[in-house]
Design a protein around this ligand. Structure first.
Ligand SMILES: [Fe+2]
Ligand SMILES: [Fe+2]
Length: 192
């Protein structure tokens, strides 16, 4: 395989970076494989809920699917807690960041703020304000996030629920994460 000429990025030429851009374009994107693997690892992570992290994610996606949400929202529900174990203090930010290039602003916003909006269900039990989400009242995606938490997240901890298997969602994950990202190589990043 052809390699770039530099060992320090500062010394790279336009030709070097074109080479990298083309290689990235044609390479198999392992993101869907990696996230599905991480999701399955979550089967073993039990922190006291009546269901595993994997089961919670599957239930969340099942609720979204049966509520006739579009495919990217079903995938967002499946992956909304994907960063629980790798970013325990900012899992919503990390999940939203992973999904950002492939989903709408609305879906990104819902995933990014679901962690804060979920505090509505428990913050008062710690003597904290459960209505912290209210500072986002008036935002165009406020109600979508309230609804996501109520209908697909806070209610997805039920061991008796008729949950769809991961295999049902896998093609959806591959379709959404297989989308052409909404940015190009020259930026390599997207604004929040
Ligand atoms: Fe979460
Ligand atoms: Fe969750």
């Amino acid at each position: 395989m052809k390699k770039v000429s530099f060992v320090h990025m500062a010394d790279g030429t336009a030709e070097d970076y074109q080479l990298i851009a083309e290689a990235m374009e044609s390479a198999h994107n392992p993101l869907a494989d990696d996230l599905l693997e991480l999701l399955q690892k979550n089967e073993g992570h039990d922190i006291g809920y009546q269901v595993s992290r994997l089961e919670h994610s599957l239930q969340s996606a099942t609720h979204a699917f049966r509520d006739d949400q579009d495919e990217e929202m079903v995938v967002a529900a499946l992956l909304h807690d994907i960063a629980d174990t790798i970013a325990p203090y900012n899992h919503a930010d990390v999940a939203a960041g992973i999904l950002r290039p492939y989903v709408s602003d609305r879906t990104h916003w819902v995933v990014k703020y679901h962690g804060l909006f979920q505090t509505y269900y428990y913050a008062h039990h710690f003597g904290n304000d459960r209505n912290q989400r209210d500072k986002y009242q008036g935002h165009p995606h406020f109600q979508a996030c309230v609804d996501f938490c109520e209908k697909y997240d806070q209610n997805a901890f039920d061991p008796a629920f008729d949950t769809m298997p991961l295999s049902a969602f896998e093609p959806m994950v591959r379709r959404i994460l297989g989308r052409k990202p909404g940015f190009d190589m020259s930026s390599r990043d997207v604004a929040a």
